[in-house]
Design a protein around this ligand. Structure first.
Ligand SMILES: [Zn+2]
Ligand SMILES: [Zn+2]
Ligand SMILES: [Zn+2]
Ligand SMILES: [Zn+2]
Length: 137
């Protein structure tokens, strides 16, 4: 056995964004990792000591959940075609058609449910509908 720290959340396939969940029992946490220490010590201390679990978490997993819209974070324009915030794939017809099928390849990053919940209203709309006004140039 090596002493190389392994991120338990990566090992268990916990999404890297969205609501934090316990990698052992999948209990979701309300705000970031709030309460994980007490939860871990009470239930999973036998699996791994809390300090070892916590220090082994990778950076993406240790960060508190990103509350922001993933499209805003990536700087995807509001009125352009819809783009996957993870791999920048451009969707056809300025809408989100096919996103659910496409997102299946990014489930290790964020669950589809959490993706929809974190998109801002402006990005959630199809681009066609979000520009329902005349632009003055
Ligand atoms: Zn990880
Ligand atoms: Zn747990
Ligand atoms: Zn947005
Ligand atoms: Zn993608």
């Amino acid at each position: 056995m090596t002493n190389e720290p392994r991120c338990l959340a990566c090992e268990r396939g916990v999404p890297k964004l969205g609501r934090r969940q316990c990698p052992e029992c999948r209990q979701p946490f309300r705000a970031g990792w709030e309460g994980i220490d007490a939860h871990w010590r009470a239930r999973h201390e036998a699996v791994m000591p809390y300090e070892a679990f916590w220090t082994a978490l990778c950076r993406r997993h240790r960060a508190a959940d990103s509350v922001g819209c993933p499209c805003c974070l990536k700087g995807i324009p509001l009125d352009g075609p819809r783009q996957c915030p993870e791999c920048a794939l451009v969707f056809r017809g300025k809408g989100w058609e096919g996103l659910d099928a496409h997102w299946k390849s990014h489930l290790d990053v964020l669950s589809y449910e959490d993706l929809l919940a974190s998109l801002c209203p402006a990005h959630k709309l199809d681009a066609d509908r979000s520009s329902g006004f005349l632009r003055l140039e």
